[in-house]
Each structure stands twice: as structure tokens, then as C-alpha cells.
Design a protein around this ligand. Structure first.
Ligand code: NDP
Length: 513
């Protein structure tokens, strides 16, 4: 078995063909998993293909009842799941149990919603009025899910739950830093659901992920960095396998002059610092109207100084991946070199794998901290003339995942102008906790949607079916056309599309569907 994984100082380390999983807060080894080879990945995908057939053979209510049982079993093990996330990822226990709750919320929503969102439905037959037209949704088969380490159960569940509810089997490759939680998910699935190999986990690093991407899966649902996303797309293209890309972000927060500034500052702190800033939808940049700028900065500074790091009552825990600390320091140094000021923290905020918050002012758009994903507890703040200017500047990055805006007048209109997949008005991150809302980005942040009805349909193929109800006087789908067909079609064009009474009637009919 080829072992070409890179080593990491805070998460998993390589040891021949196993990965030892480390607790990033203590450095202690908490478990180990095998590095699965390409052949083993392919064998999992073959088993999943049979599982997909068995799963699809069950009527939808039976599948729902099995997914309900899985959810109940996961809920019964909530403490174990939270404890494992806490130890494997380094986040505080309370964050870990909230993550479990959010993951189960998605599982419940996907399970309950599938029958309705995926029900076949009739659509307008248009000009072929003698036809019945219908759209139906069918499972793709086997979904390869590749997930990151920052939300090791919530993030993959955003694909796994929806893929299963839509009738697919899943092969999941968790991050090498957090494989144990993935394995526990699959173990509980195996014990509570009747179809063997419905949820399988393959473990390993990038090479295992790459093997899954180029395997015979029917779709790859990838969550991770934009750089790795490109590699996954390239590997999947070998088999023309479709991909869903949930990638990185550089999410802006905009504060208008008429915003509740204290609320905005509190939300900015939470959005930037929760999970130690290791969230794809972290607030990574703030644009604040000059009339409230001083008040906002002062509230943020006070709040950032109060953040508790490490220990049982911590607000933020350890960085899961030590390499990330180098990126954070590099971004802060680059900003300071180019004229930014650290009003809290700075480059020397690191104690082992714990990083204290940094708040930067006097930042400019050319700094790395304003363009590249920092993924750490850092908030750069830019003073702008007003929210309109904030939106304009916020849109000047290649990313477009989440965003937030605080204000009163015109706030909805400005929110619509932010180039991002999601926007929270007068709050941060809220859209991620509402399972009926589609989640995903634009540009470097990826494409496709998880969550919501769109998230269910992502894991299906859409099929169009037409059925003739009665024969029409002119059958345009045959060569047996009467001699005057040209003239009759020309006259039909005028009546159907020329603005008269038939045009209006057919427009009304198509609106009814
Ligand atoms: P990575 O891109 O480094 O890794 C993501 C997953 O891909 C991991 O399981 C990784 O394995 C695997 N992988 C690595 N190389 C390859 C390869 N060549 N082919 C296939 N798979 C591969 O991301 P991180 O785990 O560091 O996660 C952080 C990133 O994820 C951030 O950019 C964050 O913004 C983004 N993210 C996006 C979310 C969204 O919904 N849009 C949600 C959460 C995070 P291994 O770890 O074992 O190397």
C-alpha cells in the first residue's frame, strides 16, 4: 500500500499505513485508523453500489423510518459524539454538543422533507397541449463525500443526510485529522439501519480522498479548501463524475450608519472568533460606516480582550491544524508590514496550539488578510463612508460564501447586492442553522447547494417524462404533415406569441403549473 500522506503536528501523524489521531489540545494519541488504498476505496464503492440498490428497493416510508432510527441512536449517543469531537478537533465541549445538535437538525429535516421535495410533479406541456409533462427525481447511486476537520460531523452531515434521504448510499472520507468521528457515525448507522454498507467510511489523507474522487462514485460532494477542490474536480473529470463544491470563504460583515452598533460588534466577535475562526463562514472582514466606526472598534476591542481560551469554560479552543497557525501569522505580519495596526493581539499570540484573538485596523484591500482565507481568530476592520461603499468593497474578492449586514433602512436591498451564497441581516451565521435554506457559494467558494430542497435534489438525477393524452389535428412529431402546415404554424405563432387573447390565455396556463 502506497503511503504518501503528509504529516501534521497537531492532528494525525503517519506511521507506516496507519494514522495516529492526536488531541490538538494535549498532543495525546486518542486513536488510530488505517490508510485505505485505492483498491480498498474501490472495494467500498462496489459494496456501496449494492447497498444503493437495496436502499432504493425500500419504499420511501421505510427509508424514512430507518433514517429516523439512525437519528434516534445518534441522539442517544450525543455525549459520546460531542466528547469525541472535543478531543479530536480541540473545540470546547459546548461547541461540540451544539455541532451535534445542528447535524441532527439536518438529518431530521432531510428525512422529513425528502418525500415532498422529491415528489414527481406535472409541468406545463406548453405548445404540445395534447401531452402530459412530468418531472421526477431519481437517486444517483453512490455519493462520495469528502469532508474537512473544522466541523467534522455537521459539515459532512450536510451532504450525507441529504444523499441518503434522496435514496443514495454514501462512502465518506473524513479529514485525516478527524477520522474517528466519521467512523463512529458509520458504526452507528451499521447498527441501526438494515442495509449493509449504506454508510461506509474510508480513512486516510489526500491520496485516499483522490482515490475516492476518481472512483466509480456517481457524484463527489467535496467540502474543503478551494485549492483541494480544484484537484478533486480534476480527478473526478477522469470519469466525468459530477461534483458539488463547498469551498472556502472570506466572508464580509458590513455595518451601516443606522445599525445597532453594540449588537453588530458582539455578532462580529462571535462570527470571527467562534471555533477559533476555523469556519468556512467565519466573519473574515468587517466594513464599518465611518459614523459608527469608533464605537464599533471600541466594543470589538473590549469584547476580544474578554475571550477565554482553552480550559473547561473556554470560548475558543485549540487550533486543530498547526500549519494553520503559520498562515495566520503570515497574514498578520503582511498586514502589519503594509501599515495595519493590531489593536488587540498581533503576531505573538500563539501559545502551543492556542491562538489569542487579533483585531486589526488601518487595513487595506491589498493585504493578504483581506483577500485570502485566514481561518483563524482574527478580525480586520475597514472604515468606509457608508454601507453602500461597504458592499462595493466587500464584493471585491474572488470568494462568495456567506456574509452579514447590520442596518435598518435599505438593509434588505443592500443585502441582495452582496455577491455571496448566503447573507444574514442583523445577525451572523444564522442561515447555516436553518436546514430549509440552501447552503453554498459562488466563485472561489464553489458551486452546487447542500441543505434545503436544493440539497436533496443535488443527489438525484432529474428525469423528464411526456405522455400523449390525445392525438392533435397536426402531428408536428411526424412526417405526415398536411401541405398547408407552414401557413398554419405561422398563423399559430401570431396567435400564441403575438400578444392577443390566445397568447394571454396560454401565459396564464403556464403560470398555473
Ligand atoms: P482541505 O481542502 O485541506 O481538505 C478537505 C478534505 O479533502 C480532507 O478530507 C482532505 O484530506 C481531502 N483531500 C486532501 N487532498 C485531497 C486530494 N488531492 N483529493 C481528494 N481529497 C483530498 O480542507 P481542510 O480539511 O483543511 O478544511 C478547511 C477548508 O474547508 C477551508 O478552506 C474551509 O473554508 C473549507 N470549508 C468549507 C465549507 C463549506 O461548506 N463551504 C465548510 C467547512 C470548511 P486530509 O485532511 O486527510 O488531507
Amino acid at each position: 500500500m502506497a503511503v504518501t500522506e503528509s504529516s501534521s503536528t497537531t492532528g494525525a501523524t503517519d506511521n507506516s499505513n496507519v494514522i495516529n489521531v492526536l488531541n490538538p489540545s494535549t498532543g495525546e494519541v486518542i486513536g488510530s485508523v488505517p490508510i485505505h488504498s485505492e483498491a480498498e476505496v474501490n472495494a467500498s464503492v462496489s459494496r456501496a453500489r449494492q447497498a444503493a440498490q437495496d436502499w432504493q428497493a425500500l419504499p420511501m416510508p421505510a427509508r424514512k423510518s430507518e433514517l429516523d432510527q439512525w437519528r434516534h441512536a445518534l441522539a442517544a449517543r450525543a455525549d459520546d459524539l460531542a466528547d469525541l469531537i472535543h478531543r479530536e478537533n480541540g473545540k470546547p465541549r459546548v461547541d461540540a454538543i451544539v455541532e451535534v445538535a445542528m447535524a441532527l437538525n439536518h438529518l431530521q429535516h432531510a428525512t422529513n422533507r425528502a418525500a415532498k421535495a422529491l415528489a414527481p410533479h406535472r409541468v406545463s406541456p406548453g405548445i404540445l397541449a395534447n401531452f402530459r409533462a412530468r418531472i421526477s427525481y431519481h437517486p444517483l447511486g453512490v455519493i462520495g463525500v469528502i469532508g474537512p476537520w473544522n466541523y467534522p460531523i455537521f459539515t459532512p452531515m450536510g451532504s450525507i443526510a441529504y444523499a441518503l434521504a434522496a435514496g443514495n448510499a454514501v462512502v465518506f472520507k473524513p479529514s485525516e485529522l478527524t477520522p474517528l468521528i466519521g467512523r463512529l457515525l458509520a458504526d452507528i448507522a451499521a447498527r441501526t439501519m438494515s442495509v449493509p454498507n449504506l454508510v461506509q467510511v474510508v480513512t486516510g489523507g489526500g491520496t485516499t480522498g483522490a482515490a475516492l474522487a476518481r472512483s466509480a462514485v456517481d457524484k463527489v460532494a467535496f467540502t474543503g479548501s478551494s485549492a483541494t477542490g480544484r484537484k478533486v474536480m480534476a480527478a473526478a473529470s477522469e470519469n466525468l463524475t459530477p461534483v458539488l463544491m463547498e469551498l472556502g470563504g472570506k466572508d464580509p460583515l458590513i455595518v451601516a450608519g443606522d445599525a445597532d452598533v453594540d449588537k453588530a460588534a458582539e455578532a462580529a466577535l462571535f462570527g470571527a472568533l467562534s471555533n477559533a475562526g476555523q469556519a468556512c463562514i467565519s466573519v473574515e472582514r468587517a466594513y464599518v460606516a465611518n459614523s459608527v466606526y469608533d464605537q464599533f472598534v471600541s466594543r470589538v476591542v473590549d469584547g476580544a480582550k474578554r475571550i477565554r481560551i482553552g480550559g473547561e469554560d473556554a470560548d475558543i479552543g485549540a487550533m486543530t491544524r498547526s500549519e494553520q497557525i503559520d498562515i495566520i501569522r503570515e497574514h498578520i505580519s503582511d498586514a502589519l508590514d503594509k501599515g495595519a495596526r493590531a489593536v488587540v493581539g498581533g503576531v505573538d499570540t500563539v501559545d502551543g496550539n492556542f491562538v489569542r484573538p487579533t483585531v486589526l485596523v488601518d487595513v487595506t484591500a491589498d493585504m493578504k488578510i483581506m483577500q485570502e482565507e485566514t481561518f483563524g481568530p482574527v478580525l480586520p476592520i475597514i472604515e468606509v463612508q457608508d454601507a453602500e461603499e461597504g458592499v462595493r468593497q466587500a464584493n471585491q474578492t474572488d470568494f462568495g460564501l456567506g456574509s452579514s449586514i447590520f442596518g435598518t433602512e435599505r438593509v434588505r436591498e443592500l443585502a441582495d447586492r452582496i455577491r455571496a451564497g448566503m447573507t444574514s441581516i442583523n445577525s451572523v451565521l444564522a442561515y447555516s442553522a436553518i436546514p430549509s435554506l440552501p447552503f453554498g457559494g459562488v466563485g472561489e467558494s464553489g458551486f452546487g447547494r447542500i441543505h434545503g430542497d436544493e440539497g436533496l435534489r443535488e443527489f438525484t438525477r432529474t428525469k423528464s417524462t411526456v405522455e400523449q393524452r390525445f392525438a392533435s389535428p397536426i402531428d408536428l412529431l411526424s412526417f405526415n404533415l398536411p401541405a398547408n402546415t407552414y401557413d398554419r404554424v405561422r398563423s399559430l405563432i401570431k396567435r400564441l406569441y403575438g400578444g392577443g387573447v390566445v397568447d394571454r390565455a396560454s401565459s396564464m396556463i403556464s403560470k398555473l403549473f
